[in-house]
Write a protein that binds this ligand. Structure first.
Ligand SMILES: Nc1ncnc2c1ncn2[C@@H]1O[C@H](COP(=O)(O)OP(=O)(O)O)[C@@H](O)[C@H]1O
Ligand SMILES: [Mg+2]
Length: 373
């Protein structure tokens, strides 16, 4: 039996959980009139929280309504890729089809088709082309999705913004959905020219509710052909963090099959949990900590050791400053940098907690002396 769980970044889950507000708002916006403010959406959150797959869901909503989706990744020159390949390809494929409404055409913004370079300004070309494309859609609209927006250049973003605003001003059916890491998005939002982003409907993704996580776990296992009697425990273990939900399910499945069990019960889960924490460390924590400067690292280490003594992992900032022997005022800058990095989050007045599950454990583990033979 194939493992139905998908602990892979960007891979849509077999069973979807939560995020209803975003999906409903967006569906309503697409169904509504042009200029609906919810037609521009900004999704932020940490690695593994489910931004990319949420963009995919939004694309599906648009496609179901006959809209055309243009997907761009901020790792490339968005405007150029749209103008030089994605839009021309879309137009060409539309010209080939005779259907009145086009459904389910998705154009990957990769592989640039060489076209003659016009002397027009890039944003003008983008606007012109989008108009041309919308014209051919006979009432349906265009959704542009941009992932990893934290990597976008300000200039590129401006071009998309100008084109988008131009089309909206003329009541044309266009929408844009962007997603990226919290820190990068906060930086972008602070740029003087970021009115476009600030006007977008902003959703900061948090963990799934445990009930939603449990449903996804049990439902996914069932789709694969096995019951998951320990789904509630697995959900609690995952803390609703989507990547860990998939990972826990995946490894519990693997354990169950390996042990010859006919359900994902406690034995399977017990076997899977330490392996899940291990893999979470290398896939999520390690990359997130890679470029953390010394000062912030010290803060995290102090926090991790104090968290060990608290029942809920919530740590008073006063205790961190005591532990480090540094005044709370001098530490507040470090604290806010770590919040921006999405490594810690405020947890009530004067308190913080780790932003991802098992991050404290990971940091403590790194500090442990290695046994040498
Ligand atoms: N709403 C959800 N329901 C179930 N699984 C989800 C959900 N959102 C994300 N996941 C899973 O979490 C993992 C990370 O999702 P992804 O969109 O790649 O995160 P991000 O882009 O924020 O790093 C994937 O394995 C995905 O299948
Ligand atoms: Mg992603």
């Amino acid at each position: 039996m194939d493992n139905p769980f998908r602990p892979t970044f960007g891979a849509s889950p077999r069973v979807w959980a939560g995020r209803d507000a975003v999906l409903e708002d967006f569906a309503r916006a697409v169904d509504g009139a042009p200029g609906n403010p919810d037609r521009s959406i900004l999704i932020s959150g940490s690695r593994g929280i489910g931004k990319t797959v949420l963009l995919t869901e939004l694309e599906d909503i648009a496609k179901q309504r006959g809209w055309l989706v243009l997907r761009a990744s901020a790792r490339e020159d968005i405007a150029r890729v749209l103008v030089e390949s994605a839009i021309p390809e879309a137009i060409e494929s539309l010209d080939r089809t005779t259907r009145r409404k086009v459904t389910g055409i998705s154009i990957a913004g990769i592989g640039s088709v060489s076209t003659q370079v016009e002397s027009q300004e890039p944003s003008k070309r983008l606007t012109t082309q989008l108009r041309d494309l919308i014209d051919r859609l006979q009432g349906a609209g265009v959704l542009i999705t941009i992932d990893e927006i934290q990597d976008v250049s300000a200039e590129d973003l401006t071009q998309v913004a100008i084109a988008y605003q131009d089309l909206v001003r003329d009541d044309l059916p266009v929408a844009v959905a962007m997603a990226g890491l919290t820190l990068g998005i906060n930086d972008l939002l602070n740029l003087p020219g970021a009115t476009f982003l600030r006007r977008a409907r902003h959703y900061e993704l948090g963990p799934l509710t445990l009930a939603d996580a449990e449903q996804a776990l049990a439902g996914t296992a069932k789709e694969g052909g096995l019951e998951f009697p320990s789904a509630a425990d697995a959900a609690a273990f995952s803390q609703g963090y989507p990547y860990l939900v998939q990972l826990t399910g995946y490894l519990a499945w693997e354990s169950a099959v390996g042990m010859g069990l006919d359900a994902l019960d406690n034995r399977a889960l017990e076997d899977a949990m330490p392996r899940a924490i291990d893999r979470l460390g290398t896939q999520v924590h390690q990359p997130a900590l890679r470029e953390v400067p010394h000062r912030q690292r010290e803060y995290l280490e102090a926090m991790a050791s104090i968290a060990l003594r608290t029942p809920d992992g919530v740590v008073a900032t006063a205790e961190i400053s005591e532990e480090l022997g540094i005044s709370a005022t001098s530490l507040s800058d470090t604290r806010s940098k770590l919040i921006d990095r999405d490594l810690i989050t405020p947890a009530g007045w004067g308190k913080v907690e780790f932003a991802q599950p098992y991050l404290g454990e990971y940091i403590r583990d790194q500090r442990r002396p290695r046994r040498v033979q």
